[in-house]
Design a protein around this ligand. Structure first.
Ligand code: ZN
Length: 156
């Protein structure tokens, strides 16, 4: 899952009905991908991508810190990061779902990870298209609903 992360973040954010929630939903959803930015700085090895920041443990940690400020946004963090992890599960890299108890990786092995930010070859895989199309269609649905109800609310 690659570009569909954008659609997923925007779709989840559309349910928050406020700019703060919308921005936080997108930030939380994309937060695990920050590991690639850290890899790109050269400070850590390539293996840091899809590792500790792509675990339920990380999601719980972010939610715990967020809960200090808002339980509502802590739940949003869990949903958004959880969705990110779910969307990455089909890649052959696998995720350490039991971290910190185990570093064993779990994967559905439906798509080959094309590494980093590179899109080359990713969308030549049939499963990439099969898995991402419904997410983009759902985003389109949420966009239409948000626009229609947003305009409707302005005129009543
Ligand atoms: Zn990811």
């Amino acid at each position: 899952m690659w570009l569909a992360h954008i659609a997923a973040g925007l779709s989840i954010g559309s349910y928050t009905h406020c700019l703060e929630g919308f921005l936080l939903a997108n930030a939380f959803h994309h937060l695990p991908s920050v590991d690639q930015l850290i890899v790109d700085t050269g400070l850590v090895k390539k293996e840091f991508h899809d590792a500790e920041m792509h675990t339920p443990f990380f999601a719980l940690g972010v939610a715990a810190v967020t809960a200090l400020f808002s339980w509502k946004y802590a739940l949003l963090a869990l949903i958004c990061i959880g969705t990110h992890l779910l969307m990455d599960l089909p890649t052959d890299t696998g995720l350490m779902l039991l971290y910190p108890f185990s570093r064993r990786r779990f994967t559905l092995k439906l798509v080959k990870n094309t590494n980093g930010w590179g899109l080359r070859g990713f969308y030549r895989q049939k499963w990439a298209i099969i898995l991402e199309t419904p997410i983009w269609l759902f985003f389109l649905y949420r966009l239409i609903v948000t626009l229609v109800f947003g305009l409707y609310a302005r005129f009543i």
